[in-house]
Ligand binder design. Structure first.
Ligand code: XLS
Ligand code: NI
Ligand code: NI
Length: 458
């Protein structure tokens, strides 16, 4: 095996230099668009970066991003066994040198795939040291290389974030921990992660709750924990201002896992939280499909809920397993789903700073490096197909026309008057007393509309 011959050992201290020149995917060429008739599994059939859709290139619509955590740090561990994935960058002994090699290999992957963005947690890119100071130095060393790789390839950072959930110090949460020192450590970590994100030109910064929730209300002061979470976010907003970081902040809803209840459980809960604490002008939502389904919603619902409030920022593109009840974070391959996502995105004007971020992992059984390509190609093609179908639905206009028609009673007469604020309970009582009964209701025509959508799909 290629890996084995390269393993660093006390007898072979020069391995680092060898590894540096090693390609992680020597047998894989750059992935190209070959069109819908292609049968090449390592080619795009729908994602054609330069192709124009609604006056914008596919690349600019979709802004695909590869995540560092699942793709370059995940090895397929599950509750029943350790990771078993073959990953050329996991010769690893956890040093900064290894992290640097991994960074270079990560960029080889993203470049061959042709995704324009990536995203990371601080602890994905560099090992945590024995002290905060050491961890920060490790981050600086790897960030320097990431910067060089960005310059070399033109790949950009969609967003950065801090891992405030893996280390045991965060066993009770980070910002919402009963231990004030955990809050302080989290604040220091976010400060540094923000600096690194800014240094790398990151277009955003994401807060996902991690362990910000509770397992048991008997030991939880909910109000105090929510206040603290808001305080941490305000500190981040203040610090961004101080250092001139102009990227977009996001909060990523998730209802449960790892805790049984997370405070940022869904779009509605996040919006309420942001507004209650005066944060609504500073954060938008980063919505993830599998989190939406865990919350008992569809992704389309979450995107509409956020978009309708001007809060749709970015999406973590993945999907759950229909038969499993947890966050399996699989790659999205369902074109019905991607069509819904792209319809919502186009409806709300597309991404400004966000992107289609593949917060997704290959399943444990897909343990060969090439599976990472298959997974991302499938996700990108599914979203590209979804984009084309969504654009066709919009160009045709039939769905929009039927929707408009359904609300026609609001376009003039009493509906228009109510919308214009011209009525009160008293005046509506008078209106109804005179009229006696409402105008006839019309069928919702769900089945017809579902058939209409299928017309664009097949
Ligand atoms: C976990 C989250 C996480 C965030 C980033 O479920 O999706 O990966 O996207 O912290
Ligand atoms: Ni996510
Ligand atoms: Ni998830």
């Amino acid at each position: 095996m290629r890996d084995a011959t390269c393993r660093r050992s006390p007898e072979n201290p020069t391995l680092f230099f060898k590894k540096k020149t090693m390609a992680a995917f020597p047998e894989i060429e750059k992935i190209h668009y070959e069109g819908p008739d292609s049968t090449n599994p390592l080619a795009f059939r729908h994602y054609n970066a330069e192709e124009m859709v609604e006056g914008r290139s596919m690349q600019d619509h979709l802004r695909f991003s590869v995540v560092y955590w699942h793709t370059f740090r995940g090895a397929g561990a599950d509750p029943f066994g350790p990771g078993c994935a073959e990953r050329p960058w996991m010769l690893a002994d956890g040093t900064v040198d290894d992290a640097i090699v991994r960074a270079q290999m990560a960029f080889e992957f993203i470049e061959k795939l042709g995704a324009p963005y990536y995203a990371f947690h601080d602890r994905d890119i560099a090992p945590e040291g024995d002290t905060l100071r050491q961890s920060n130095q490790n981050l600086d060393a790897v960030a320097k290389v990431l910067g060089e790789e960005q310059d070399r390839t033109g790949i950009k950072l969609l967003w950065g974030t801090a891992n405030l959930f893996s280390n045991k110090r965060y066993v009770h949460g980070a910002a919402t921990s009963p231990n004030a020192d955990a809050f302080a450590f989290a604040a220091a970590q976010v400060k540094k992660a923000l600096e690194i994100t800014q240094q790398l030109g990151g277009e955003g910064y994401t807060f996902w709750g991690g362990r910000e929730g509770y397992q048991n209300l008997w030991n939880t002061d909910m109000k105090r924990e929510l206040d603290h979470l808001a305080q941490l976010l305000h500190m981040a907003v203040d610090y961004a201002k101080e250092i001139g970081f102009t990227g977009q902040f996001y909060i990523e809803p998730k209802p449960m896992e790892p805790t049984k209840h997370q405070y940022d459980s869904d779009t509605a809960a996040c919006l309420n939280f942001l507004r209650a604490y005066g944060l609504e002008d500073h954060l938008k939502l980063n919505l993830e499909t599998n989190h939406a389904t865990l919350a008992g919603h569809t992704m389309m619902h979450e995107m509409d809920a956020a978009g309708s409030q001007g809060m749709l920022g970015s999406i973590d593109a993945n999907t759950g397993d229909e038969l499993l009840g947890w966050d399996t974070d699989q790659f999205p391959t369902n074109v019905y789903l991607t069509t819904q996502c792209m319809l919502m995105l186009l409806k709300y004007g597309g991404f400004k700073t966000g992107g289609v971020n593949f917060d997704a992992k290959v399943r444990r059984e897909s343990f060969e490096p090439v599976d990472l390509f298959h997974a991302h190609i499938g996700g990108m093609d599914s979203f590209a197909a979804g984009l084309k179908i969504a654009a066709a639905i919009r160009a045709d206009g039939e769905l929009a026309r039927l929707l408009q028609e359904r609300y026609a009673s609001w376009d003039n007469g009493i509906g228009a008057e109510i919308e214009a604020g011209k009525h009160t309970f008293a005046s509506l009582e008078t209106y109804m007393l005179e009229k006696g009964e409402i105008a006839a209701n019309v069928s919702g025509r769900q089945e017809m509309l579902e058939n209409l959508i299928n017309r664009y799909l097949y």
